[in-house]
Design a protein around this ligand. Sequence first.
Ligand code: S5P
Length: 481
Amino acid sequence: MKFANSIKMSDAGLDSLILELHKIHAIKFGKFKLKSGLLSPIYFDLRVIISYPALMDRVAASLHKRAKDAGVQFDNLCGVPYTALPLCTIICSANKYPMLIRRKEAKDYGTNRMVEGVIHPGQRCLIVEDVVTSGGSVLETAEALKKEGLKITDAVVFVDREQGGSLMLADKGITLHSVVSVSKLLEVLLKAGKIDLATSQDVKSFTQEHNTYKPPIPDEILSYGARAGLPDTHPLAAQLLKIMEEKKTNLCVSADVTSSKELLDIASKLGPLICVLKTHVDILEDFSEDVTSKLAEFAMRHNFLIFEDRKILMFADIGNMLKNEGECGPQTSLWPHIINAHGLPDPGLLQCIRVVNKSLGCGCLLIAQMSSQGCLATAGYTQAVVKMAEEHSDFVFGFISGSKISEKPGFVHMTPGVQMHIGGDELGQQYSTPEDVICRKGSDIIIVGRGIIASPDRLKAAEEYRKIGWEAYLKRLSQGS
Ligand code: S5P
C-alpha cells in the first residue's frame, strides 16, 4: 500500500479532496437537527470515510501535512474518539509515531486506565480531530491527557466550522490548526457548481449567528472610566477611555473618503458623537497641510482622537528598512494620536517606529486579527501578537481584533467590520453587529465605515451606531456584576 504521507496537498489537491468528500455525502446541505436542537444548513459526517480507504489516507495525509507545515512539535498523537481514531492511526502508522488512545469510559476490570499506550509525563501530545465546532471535544480529550501528565499545546483538525472553537481552545492554551475552514469549503463547492450562492450565504449566516465562543468573564467587569484610572494603563489608552466615558460613546468612524472637504465635514459634524476618527490620509486626492491642522482643531473642539490607519502604506517591512527610508516619522505637520502596525515582520519594526512616534505622544495598535474572509491571522498568530504587545506596552496600548484577546484591562480593543446586520461585501469584508462585538465578543470600540459613510444621513446613522454601541456596553457591564 502506498502510504498517505507521500501525497502532496496542493491547493488543487485540497479542492479535489473537498469535492470527493461532498460526493460521498461526508458534507451535506439541507436541514439537520444538531445535538443542541438547532437546525443547521450544513452537516459533516466524516464517519463515512472509513468505507473509502483511499480517501481516508488523503484526509489523514492532509492532517499530518498541516501539523508539519505549522512546525508543531510533538512526541505522540491522540485522536478524539471516535471518527478521528482511524485517521490518527493512519498518521502514526505511516510516519512511525507513537500513538495514544483515550477511552471515553473507564473499564471496570484490568488496568482501569483512561488513556492507553505508553505515557511519559512531560511529553507533548498532538490531538487529532475531524470537525471542530465549539472545541469542547478537543478540550475533553486534552483534559484527560493532561491528567496523565502530558503537555497539550496543539490540535489539528480537518474542518473548522468557524463557530468559535479555535478561540475557546486558544483561551485554554491550545492552538488549533485546521486543514480547511467552512468558508474555504463553501468557496470550492460554489466554484464547482455543487451548491448555489443562496446555500453558501445561508451557511455563512448560520455560522456567524451561532458562534459558540464566549470570552472568559473576569471576576469583575470594569467600566471604561475605571480602566482609565488603573496604574498600568498607557496614558493614551487612559485618555481614550476617559473620552468614551465622558461622551458616552464607543464609536470610531472610519472616514474612508477621497476628498478633504468631505473628510473635514465628517470630522466637524460627527465629532461630538465619536471617540476616535479613523483616517486614511493616503487616499485623499487633494491632501494638504491645511487638512491636517483643521482635523487637529476639530479633534480638540469635539474631544476625539485621530487614528491614521497605516494599513495601506503598511508598516510591514523589516525594522531596518523603515529606519533607512525615514518611513517611521510624521509625513505631515499633524501626527495622529494613534497609528497601527502588523506584528508580522518582527519586534525590530516596533522598536523603530516607536523611536519617532512615542516622543510625539503617539500610541500604536497592533493588528492581531482582521475582518476579511480567509485572513491568515489565526489563533497562533494572534497569541504571538498579544505577547508582542505586552512586551512593548510603553508604546502599544491595544489591538485591532475581532474580539477581546487580552485580559489586561489597560489594553483597548478596536473592532472593524461592523454594520447593523451581519453580512459582508463582494471583496471579502465580513460584518458583525455592534451588540455582538461589544457585548458578546468583549471588544471596546466599534469601527464603522460604510455603515455610516454610505448612509444618506451620516449624522443620523452615526447617532444610531453610537446609541446601540453604548447600550451594548452597558449590557456587558450589567452582565458582569
Ligand atoms: O481587519 C480590518 C482592519 C481594519 S483597520 N478590517 C478593516 O476593515 N479595517 C478597516 O476598517 C478598513 O481599512 C476600513 O477602513 C474600515 C472598515 O470599513 P467598512 O466600510 O467595511 O466598515
